[in-house]
Design a binder for this molecule. Structure first.
Ligand code: SF4
Length: 92
């Protein structure tokens, strides 16, 4: 839904009020995305979803929500070594 609302708003001079209202009423918004990237390999259209989430937050979100998205992104980056270890290192 975030992608759809972002697509509806991104080429307008102003975000249409109806689009902003829909975004504001979403049960889950961009801040729920932890920027793990798991969805991107499964997208048949090769949408760079994490980038879209960040752009959507710029366009539709507020600064506090953007702060939480960045925190989620940083947390994910720090988890990458742990995830790689769990996946590729054989336990001795
Ligand atoms: S990157 Fe994709 S799979 Fe991961 S939390 Fe965000 S939307 Fe969900």
């Amino acid at each position: 839904m975030v992608n759809k609302l972002y697509d509806l708003a991104k080429n307008k001079d102003e975000v249409p009020a109806s689009v902003q209202e829909h975004y504001n009423n979403l049960k889950f918004d961009v801040t729920e995305c932890i920027a793990c990237g798991n969805c991107e390999p499964r997208c048949p259209f090769n949408v760079r979803i994490v980038d879209v989430m960040l752009d959507a937050q710029d366009l539709l979100g507020n600064i506090i929500a953007f702060f939480f998205l960045i925190i989620n992104l940083v947390e994910t980056i720090f988890k990458i070594p742990e995830l790689l270890c769990k996946r590729y290192i054989i336990h001795l």
